[in-house]
Write a new protein. Sequence first.
Length: 495
Amino acid sequence: MADPKGFMTTPRQDWPRRPVEERVRDWDEVYVPGALLPIVSKQADRCMDCGIPFCHDACPLGNLIPEWNDLVSREDWRSAADRLHATNNFPEFTGRLCPAPCEAGCVLAINQPAVTIKNVECAIADRAWELGFAPPRPPDRLSGRTVAVIGSGPTGLAAAQQLTRAGHTVVVYEKDDRIGGLMRYGIPEFKMEKARLERRIEQMRAEGTRFRTCTAVGRDIGADEVRTRHDAVVIATGATAWRELDAPGRELAGVQQAMEYLPLANRVCEGDLPASPMSAAGKHVVIVGGGDTGADCLGTAVREGAASVTQLDIYAQPGAERDDDTEPWPTYPRIYRLSAAHEEAGELRTAPAADADARLFAASTLRFTGDGEGRVRSLHLVEVDSGRRPVPGTGRAIPADLVLLALGFSGPDREDGLIGQLGLELEPRGTIARDVGFATAVPGVFAAGDAARGQSLIVWAIAEGRAVAAAVDRYLTGSSRLPAPISPYDRPMAV
């Protein structure tokens, strides 16, 4: 604890974002380059080095937050990078993409703004790369055992890196043409530039991890063949079965799933396409769903030049402060948050019919109507009460040339053949069944991440990858020194 009074003398200061008018003209990350380092050491000083650091429990990775806050306050970047990487394989990802439940659990957050844990994490990760503190760590010797990891999202990559470093020969199978899963084609470039992902993939290649792209296990190669080739299999395909909206007019052209829309925009940024065939340019866009995927669609549509963008959230607008009765500290509260995309939409007034940040709260979709050519032209909605019951007299229609459904995901894709060919059992909610050791009922086959846990946060995905790696290592060798930060049944802190 470098400054015992830091939390009393230094106010919270977040990494500043670039001006809206500037950043919506490009796809670069929204933050001001180089503006974090000058403030981060003083922000780390605000950490109180609590006797019981609840931020540890709020983070499923068990990040050693007070330790690396203290090291950053002293600008000991090498030691800070070591402590950060001791619990997190990819802190530059979580530092940009995680909603920071650790900050909700910060003891300072009881009556003050929390420590900027997420910003400090990001600064350490970026500094580690700049100063050469994140070299490849290939194993000293090989075990002679092979592992197949199916899926290259954060869970698959974390599992693969841990198992490679333990000495096993790991092959990652990815159905898309590039490694990264939803981090590659679901997360927009303005939230995380893909050069950061490429850097980690090259690190993993240098350590010995092998990658096979354009290979959908169950379609391009049989699941039984993969199982026969390897001593163990980790299924980390994610929860890619998107939820549908059963509303009249759903069949109209222009009503699309968010995960049909976002990958095309990312492919434009990758240089694969000159323009997205589903571009929002010049269109009235309505996004159904109030979560992060909806916000990603919002920021993307603004950059593509939409005529208007409105986001519908079925929940009522939350308050600015946590409700201590229903969501007491240190749980992660549902409060009003303004993402970069909502800030952009609000300042640019992209949704004249909506509230200040383009969101219509407590709004439910009734139906879609189209033109004579079968294309959507309007969305009919109604306000709902706290029980999601329609409020009489509140129905109205808003123009919609492109509707994006961002309603979340229900589990892994069951149509690619993987689940059926392996004979995997499913939970009632559609996720892959597993035991306390991440093992499925099929010998040597393990399941981790959103495919088994259900849709969750990137920090939980990485924790699952690290934990399943320890389970696989133990299965292959009889014991393991790999960390296992969570069990399959751990859940976020709640009342």
